[in-house]
Design a protein around this ligand. Structure first.
Ligand code: NYM
Ligand code: MG
Length: 212
């Protein structure tokens, strides 16, 4: 099981628009994998606990203003500052479920009009996920769910643009999940795919880096 020093943990990322259900499904997946005896942690980006994360958080809550390029680099730096810990955890056999990662960085910044390739560049060299789930929801449906917390970006018009950016980012390896299905069905689909990924990583699948 997860504790063996021989085998590594899996890096599993959840992406999607705001209110697509990522956070709920991350928690469900965490309890599922833990229940099977796998050492698992739930992470999220932005990680608002660091000093960079606090700058990001105050920007998102409109308490501060920041240049768009600088904002992009702060989100990226917030992943870089966790990179070595991430690698250490994975190598010691812990699976990480990560609620948003580099794809959010690119989708949200390029939706503001920043150049797509420029947005990708600072992510080069971060650990590549073993699995990316995309919780697919039409922006209008996400908006109907309510609970947009009033943070920057939580506007229907902007989320439409983010959806298009995500579309441009997707590749064939992404697992697209219909976020309108009942929570339980989504959880089941994700469990089956995630457990296979965890087992592959245990069996020796190599860790790789973005963009591979
Ligand atoms: N976001 C998140 C970005 O703009 N760039 C990033 O790199 C990441 C990780 O932050 N609307 C945006 C997407 C969200 C916002 O995230 C806060 P959350 O998951 O709502 O706390
Ligand atoms: Mg949000």
């Amino acid at each position: 099981n997860g504790g063996s020093s021989e085998s590594r943990g899996a890096l599993i990322v959840l992406e999607g628009l705001d209110r697509s259900g990522k956070s709920s499904q991350s928690m469900r997946l965490l309890s599922f994998l833990e229940g099977l005896g796998h050492s698992t942690e739930l992470w999220r980006f932005p990680d608002r606990t660091t000093s960079i994360g606090q700058m990001i958080s105050s920007y998102l809550s409109n308490e501060s203003q920041l240049d768009d390029y600088t904002t992009h680099l702060l989100f990226s730096a917030n992943r870089w500052e966790k990179r070595s810990l991430m690698e250490k955890k994975l190598k010691s056999g812990t699976t990480l479920i990560v609620d948003r990662y580099s794809y959010s960085g690119i989708a949200f910044s390029s939706a503001k009009g920043l150049d797509f390739e420029w947005c990708k560049a600072p992510e080069i060299g971060l650990l590549a996920p073993d699995l990316v789930f995309y919780l697919d929801i039409p922006p209008e449906k996400a908006a109907e769910r309510g609970g947009y917390g009033g943070e920057r970006y939580e506007k229907l018009e902007f989320q439409r643009k983010v959806g298009k950016s995500y579309h441009a980012l997707r590749d064939a390896s992404w697992k697209i999940v219909d976020a309108l299905l009942p929570m339980e069905d989504i959880a089941k689909q994700m469990q089956e795919i995630a457990i296979n990924c965890v087992l592959e990583c245990q069996k020796g699948k190599r860790l790789s880096h973005l963009w591979s």
